[in-house]
Design a protein. Structure first.
Length: 220
């Protein structure tokens, strides 16, 4: 059952977001997590954030999911900075920590929440509508994998409930591009369609393929 706005306001106070929340609305794209777009007044400027409740019925280990998200987004950002890439805040998700410095907030009811900066000027397509969109998505996934091929540290871990009701556990090697591809395939298989985000802002159109990475990470 969707949260009421007052309840969402209480959740938002747990994250490092400054300013007054003005209103929130449910985002209906997606079939797994409960997602909201919230608008804040920050010094007279309206800024949007994404608040998302992780579906524990699908993701049986939310802690592992959030550990993956934090590692992947941090790695992407560092790689983009090393490459002196432009528009890094648009090319990689910004995960907002809680006031205690965690990547997620766990409510008294045991629900897990995460928050991201909302990316403006992006249109999401739940199904490919043209060969050009398919080309852009393919390029984006290829670049996504290229940036993650040298992800260091322990193995990525994901456990979720399979379509047939069986528990599936995936543990991926440290430095292999193929498992990343398999991981993304597993993520996309959780919904009937896998969203592709493409920029609608004129100055970003030439770099539109990179924006698809956010859809991939959000599916984690």
């Amino acid at each position: 059952m969707a949260y009421q706005e007052k309840q969402l306001q209480e959740i938002s106070k747990k994250f490092q977001i400054y300013g007054e929340i003005l209103h929130a609305e449910t985002l209906k794209i997606g079939h797994i997590n409960e997602t909201y777009s919230a608008t804040y007044d920050q010094g007279g400027t309206r800024v949007r954030y994404i608040h998302q409740k992780i579906n524990k019925g699908v993701f049986k280990n939310p802690l592992a999911v959030m550990k993956n998200v934090a590692r992947v987004t941090s790695h992407l950002r560092k790689k983009l900075e090393m490459q002196d890439s432009r528009d890094i805040t648009r090319r990689s998700l910004i995960l907002i920590p809680t006031r205690k410095g965690q990547s997620y907030f766990r409510s008294a009811e045991g629900e897990f929440w995460r928050t991201f900066v909302f990316i403006e000027g992006v249109e999401t397509f739940e199904a490919v509508q043209s060969p050009q969109q398919a080309l852009q998505a393919g390029r984006a996934f290829g670049e996504f994998q290229r940036l993650l091929v040298d992800l260091s540290g322990e193995r990525l871990f994901e456990k979720f409930l399979g379509a047939a009701g069986s528990n599936l556990t995936r543990t991926f090697p440290r430095s292999s591009i193929s498992p990343v591809s398999e991981w993304k395939s597993a993520s996309s298989a959780r919904s009937s369609v896998f969203p592709v985000a493409i920029s609608t802002c004129p100055r970003h159109r030439t770099r539109a393929p990179s924006l698809s990475w956010r859809s991939a990470v959000m599916a984690m």
